[in-house]
Design a protein around this ligand. Sequence first.
Ligand SMILES: [Zn+2]
Ligand SMILES: [Zn+2]
Length: 240
Amino acid sequence: MYILLFLICHWYLSLFSQTFFLHRYAAHKMFTMNKFWIKFFYVFSWITQGSSYLNARAYAILHRMHHAYSDTEKDPHTPHFFKDAFQMMLHTRKIYNDVLNKRVIVEDKFDRNFPEFTTIDKIADSWLMRLIFAAFYVLFYSAFATEWWMYLFLPIHFFIGPIQGAIVNWAGHKYGYRNFNSSDKSKNTLFIDFLLMGELFQNNHHQAGSKPNFAVKWWEIDPTYRIIWLFDKLKIIKLV
Ligand SMILES: [Zn+2]
Ligand SMILES: [Zn+2]
């Protein structure tokens, strides 16, 4: 029971960091917030992503490239040039590391206007920190797992960010329906979006990249937007 609860909490908190902070804030700047909240959510995404921490600058740059070159060869993660999601993510990982370590020249228009705390990045991105988080997941499981097969869930914790990214990037540009006839191959994968909090409305999102609500039709629901709406009312953020 505790294991299931831990898995669900880790999944949705890490996902929330990715969709709310990295995607909608760092990459798209759909809302603003004061210095305190920027730092708060920066640390929040570090803690919730743990062993698979993603750097906000590298995430924002790759994501802006994804919008600019969607489903072309310059897209860092289109499913249309790879035989499976794993191959696609290996390719994405290489570009991510090149951008992160400044080994490639990034177009000026992508390489600006993102939150950056270099000290936090240095600590969060270190192998020691990643291993500490991984050890914590293993310790939690050894304290609360009641069946051997529960340990099979451990890799989800180790790689939670990339796993969520792989599902969104693969399914969201391959399976589902389209509301808009955009030039890319984005789709709305509604039937599994309850697992991805709005991220799978890729077709809607590509049509209007800076719109915070990814749902368009009355029967579509973007759960993250509901939270954004609430945060706006609570004055934690300010919608642009
Ligand atoms: Zn997309
Ligand atoms: Zn986007």
